[in-house]
Design a protein around this ligand. Structure first.
Ligand code: GLU
Length: 480
């Protein structure tokens, strides 16, 4: 059997982490089996669908490296296919026109509520005579198309994640609406219907999607049967939960892939993390891997039934691992847009080799790419603002003496280098009879405005190259 899977996002918002994780599982499964991964945009909800969301979704998949083999197909361009299928079901007597008004439906719901019953349509228009239909039409009522669901049907499937699933027809809310009607005949077809038509048409072998679709699957299986089509295999993946164990939602802040990108997560770390959200590789100690490696090992036996908790600390850890082992030129390419967004300007010594040196200096301290902005401030601004601790340091006895001696030494140095910097410090310690710690801390406070930070000698070298070390030493001496 050729494995064909699909991801079918609705472009009613930016690419959501849940959809992206479902896409990851589909992609892994397709690649594991040498099958096809298909992208379908479910844009039948004309009011809520927006082209900019489609663009965001495609961008997000590209960024994550989830390349697709076919598509994107757009449901909005396939309406004729759906209408034809509705006609077929109507002609076979498997679907019918229902003229129940929204007021009547509301009244029905109220009665059911009063009796503590689950809301369901009572199938009242299932067997209308042509005369009754004509009378409703004469009244000017509009209609919807409903698909018949037998209450006594049992629907069973073997879910690849959840095992045997059983539903009763009577639990599906009565005959289901598959299309709205319009003046001209069959109107807007609805999700549960079009998804089946498309999955049949696109020869989807496995439907892999979130567990919030389980009830839809039961309905959809009945549609496959009615349409005489082969029923695909189903895998319902666990939901993503927040740390409190509730479904991850907008209230949890970040949910769109582009937000994670803006926060400075790399695509590789994020995709790696999403792979672990509900799946565990056979060698459970191995947590850092590429999508290709995961694809070799992926199967549904190791996908959890229970919801997967979204753990920011774990994602941060993974991201830092990727950043710490990334080649400098690649990391520089990723950091530059963050510097640009922060308004930092380049040139006048801040050319590529200098930028790469700065990245080397910071790389091991990064958790997210955006961290580079705060850490690089002393290297991009003309002057530094002193922290309270730095001011205190500069006011310590011996501090100004040390800095004056350093300034004199560096000003007379024709070729500044790492060795020269170290020699200057040693010489000042010796000649001024000062503690090395005091000299180092004062130098750091003068150069960076802070008493903590990355390697001091390397920071000094970088500032020297853009001629900022001497003015900062002068300013710091004046503080005393
Ligand atoms: N458009 C649906 C969604 O975004 C797709 C569900 C499915 O995969 O069938 O949830």
């Amino acid at each position: 059997m050729t494995i064909r899977v699909r991801i079918a996002p609705s472009p009613t918002g930016n690419l959501h982490i849940g959809t992206a994780r479902t896409a990851v599982f589909n992609w892994l499964f397709a690649r594991h089996h040498g099958g096809k991964f298909i992208l379908r945009i479910e844009d039948t909800d004309l009011e809520r669908s927006r082209p900019e969301y489609t663009e965001n979704i495609l961008e997000g998949f590209r960024w994550l490296g989830l390349n697709w083999d076919e598509g994107p197909f757009f449901q909005s361009q396939r309406l004729d296919i759906y209408k034809e299928a509705v006609e077929k079901l109507l002609a076979q007597g498997l679907a019918y026109r229902c003229y129940t008004t929204s007021e009547e439906l509301e009244a029905l719901r109220e009665r059911q509520k009063a009796r503590n019953e689950a809301p369901r349509y009572d199938n009242r228009h299932r067997n209308l005579t042509p005369e009754q239909e004509a009378a409703f039409q004469a009244e000017g009522r509009s209609c919807v198309i409903r698909f018949k669901i037998a209450d006594d049907r049992e629907i069973v499937w073997n879910d690849l994640v959840r095992g045997t699933m059983t539903w009763r027809g009577s639990d599906l809310g009565g005959d289901m609406v598959i299309a709205r009607a319009s003046e001209a005949g069959i109107g807007q077809p609805l999700y549960n219907f079009v998804v089946v038509i498309d999955d049949i048409d696109m020869q989807i072998s496995h439907v892999i999607r979130g567990e919030d679709h389980i009830a839809n699957t039961a309905k959809q299986i009945l549609l496959y049967e009615a349409l005489g089509a082969t029923i695909p295999k189903f895998a319902h993946t666990p939901l993503i939960l927040n740390m409190e164990g509730r479904k991850l939602s907008k209230r949890d802040g970040v949910t769109s892939i582009c937000d994670f990108q803006k926060m400075g997560f790399t695509a590789e770390a994020l995709v790696n993390y999403m792979t672990l959200l509900g799946w565990s590789p056979p060698e459970s100690t191995e947590e850092i891997f590429t999508l290709d490696t995961a694809a070799q090992k992926f199967n549904f036996e190791r996908v959890n039934k229970a919801g997967a908790k979204f753990d920011w600390a774990k994602l941060d850890w993974l991201n830092s691992q990727y950043l710490h082992s990334m080649p400098t030129d690649q990391l520089t390419d990723l950091i530059i847009p963050f510097w640009q967004a922060a308004g930092f300007t380049f040139g006048e010594g801040r050319e590529r080799p200098w930028l790469e040196q700065l990245v080397t200096l910071l790389s091991q301290s990064l958790t997210r790419l955006v961290d580079a902005v705060e850490m690089s401030k002393p290297f991009f601004s003309a002057t530094v603002e002193l922290t309270a601790e730095a001011t205190e340091q500069l006011q310590k006895e011996g501090s100004a003496v040390a800095l004056e001696a350093i300034l004199a030494a560096v000003a007379s140095q024709p070729e500044f280098s790492e060795t020269a910097a170290q020699d200057i410090i040693k010489q000042v310690v010796k000649e001024q009879k000062l503690k090395k710690g005091l000299v180092m801390r004062s130098l750091r406070a003068a150069l960076t405005g802070d008493v903590h930070g990355p390697d001091l000698i390397q920071s000094w070298l970088l500032l020297n190259q853009i001629n900022l070390d001497q003015p900062r030493l002068q300013q710091a001496i004046a503080v005393n």
